[in-house]
Design a protein around this ligand. Structure first.
Ligand code: SF4
Ligand code: SF4
Length: 165
């Protein structure tokens, strides 16, 4: 998003060029016929993958969650008690106009997804959301108590002595 678009998004039409405002203005889902909705969307549902994962119940399992979260673009969310790994990465077949290049042969999971329940105007509000290893560790400690063996964090290196000349 350009600087102009960001300004427009936050402060409205008066503070940005008409062109930028026109680009980001989107109708509400309820105001658009379902068959036209994707024309107003940036391909939101094609920009991540999400997979169910087991709810971690001990430190060994929380370590897997920590490993996921060390990776760029990975987060974990919890919805209705179910845990999911989500990786923000756009589909390679999403074209520059936010349309599917392989629409006639798209995977079944894409076919099963419909605009009726899609996230067009959702705001990604989850029951729980973890973006970093530190967040999941804090949560683990809150429900399991202190980690056996101490912190997972790499110890700080000892300060080196003065360099001999
Ligand atoms: S199905 Fe919904 S979220 Fe996906 S591209 Fe269409 S409008 Fe956007
Ligand atoms: S294959 Fe097509 S519909 Fe499926 S995620 Fe990629 S761009 Fe979207």
């Amino acid at each position: 998003m350009s600087k102009q678009e960001r300004v427009c998004d936050r402060k409205g039409k008066k503070n940005a060029s008409r062109v930028a405002c026109k680009l980001i203005k989107r109708p509400k889902k309820a105001d658009v016929p379902p068959e036209e909705l994707c024309n107003y969307c940036n391909g939101k549902c094609c920009r991540y993958i999400a997979l169910p994962i087991d709810k971690p119940t001990n430190y060994e399992e929380f370590d897997y969650a920590r490993w996921y979260l060390y990776h760029e673009g990975a987060s974990i969310f919890v919805e209705d008690g179910d845990w999911y790994l989500i990786v923000y990465t756009p589909c390679r077949e999403l074209d520059e106009n936010n349309r599917c290049r392989v629409y006639p042969t798209r995977p079944q999971i894409c076919r099963d997804y419909s605009v009726d329940k899609c996230e067009y105007d959702d705001h990604y509000l989850f029951d729980q959301y973890f973006e970093t290893a530190e967040q999941i560790e804090e949560y683990a400690q809150a429900i399991l108590g202190p980690r056996p063996g101490g912190s997972f964090r790499t110890p700080r290196p000892e300060p080196s002595g003065s360099m001999e000349m």
